[in-house]
Design a protein around this ligand. Structure first.
Ligand code: NDP
Length: 385
């Protein structure tokens, strides 16, 4: 029985993890869960899973929740609440399903505590990939990738030597605007941008998928997870989203992992690794696939992808600047304060305007804060104009 903590249990990935726990009740027990503000979903999860520990951001809500559960359940609150869950003795695996920069510190804490991490929070590796991977090596902690592309690459690399890898090929669905005109993309509405053709995901990653920033963030993730330079990580658009990613080897062979578009598949692989378990829900019927197509990404229509490569090449605090500016811009777009086309412009301005430094935990946190101030000024001016 593996005891799991789900950070971000009320989100899209969090719910898929719960579904795996439901499917394999003898294998997993959910002992700790967190939410940010979604108290109703958190209450429902508490009723269903009876976790020993819970974290919620709001202090008042945490006091209320503790009052409702006078038994053994402990409720933590504030941004420190999540950190408390990580080192509990009844937690074997930490699943980081938080969204955004908020996931960085919990990833680092989990490694420091020597806990195995199943990592969905891609922003952790974007912001602090080098530091996190180095710390994980030192502490001998395993980071199990949940993101479907990285999970696919991980599966393709089993039994292979690193020296035989020529390149990684990340597949991208292309998002909702793959076939849209440049003008339509510039002025896309929130509903259009959230309407992903293949995946049902949280709001932030859905917008990232529409701008292709998501693929750029995944290039960063792959760089650190698989210790490959950026020029060995390519992106190809594959609208059917059946091939989840590929690895090309020195002899020209390409291995791919295929599967349905259901995050339960990579999550299950990570949670049972190195075993494979049967399930009845993730079946792919290839006879129904009329075609599997591939095309290069349009980096002019979707400038975020190139911006992400540029930030990775620049190194230091540039990826943290990219990430913070993107988070700010995506939030402003979701709140209908800026246009869809403003997102890459804000990221580009931040990369040009925020002072860069070599990477250390202090400088990365400072860059995040400075970029948020910088971006919020641009957003404020955009609204005023
Ligand atoms: P969601 O927005 O659906 O869920 C995010 C979770 O984190 C929620 O539980 C939310 O709580 C909590 N949360 C949000 N902000 C904070 C904060 N500041 N502090 C603490 N908790 C917070 O996101 P997803 O599940 O879609 O994505 C999670 C991560 O996984 C992202 O990094 C994403 O890029 C990555 N990922 C997601 C995939 C998907 O299919 N969804 C696929 C591959 C990767 P509350 O509900 O209370 O707001």
């Amino acid at each position: 029985m593996k005891r799991i903590a789900i950070l971000g249990a009320t989100g899209s990935i969090g719910k898929s993890v719960c579904a795996i726990a439901d499917q394999f009740p003898d294998e997993f027990r959910i002992t700790a869960i967190s939410a940010n503000t979604n108290i109703d979903s958190l209450r429902a999860l508490i009723t269903k899973y009876r976790p020993a520990s819970v974290a919620i951001l709001d202090e008042t809500e945490s006091v209320k929740l503790q009052g409702e559960h006078t038994g053994n359940m402990k409720v933590f609150s504030g941004s420190k609440g999540i950190m408390e869950l990580i080192n509990l003795p009844d937690v074997d695996i930490v699943i980081n399903a938080l969204v955004g920069f908020a996931g960085v510190a919990p990833t680092i804490r989990a490694i420091e505590c020597g806990k195995t991490i199943a990592l969905a929070n891609k922003e952790s590796l974007v912001v602090a990939g080098e530091i996190i991977m180095e710390l994980a090596r030192r502490k001998n902690v395993r980071i199990l990738p949940i993101d479907s592309e990285h999970n696919a690459i991980w599966q393709c690399l089993v039994g292979e030597e690193a020296s035989g890898v020529r390149r990684i090929i990340l597949t991208a669905s292309g998002g909702p605007f793959l076939y849209a005109s440049n003008a339509a993309v510039e002025n896309a509405t929130v509903d259009e941008a959230l309407n992903h053709p293949k995946w049902k995901m949280g709001r932030k990653i859905s917008i990232d998928s529409a701008t292709l920033m998501n693929k750029g963030l995944e290039v960063h993730e792959a760089r650190w997870l698989f210790d490959l330079p950026a020029h060995k990580i390519d992106v190809i658009v594959h609208p059917q989203s059946i091939v989840h990613s590929m690895v090309e080897f020195a002899d020209g062979s390409i291995k791919a992992q295929l599967g349905v578009t259901d995050m339960k598949l990579p999550i299950q692989y990570a949670l049972f690794y190195p075993q494979r378990k049967g399930n009845e829900t993730c079946r792919l019927d290839l006879s129904l696939m009329r075609e599997l197509t591939f095309m290069p990404p349009d980096k002019i229509k979707f400038p975020c992808l190139q911006l992400a490569y540029d930030a990775l090449d620049a190194g230091g605090t540039a990826p943290a600047i990219l990430n913070a500016a993107n988070e700010m811009a995506v939030e402003a777009f979701l709140n209908k304060k800026i246009r869809f086309g403003d997102i890459p412009r804000i990221v580009e301005s931040a990369l040009a305007g925020v002072h860069r430094q070599p990477a250390s935990l202090e400088s990365l946190y400072a860059a995040d804060g400075e970029t948020r101030t910088f971006a919020s000024n641009i957003i404020h001016n955009a609204i005023a104009a």
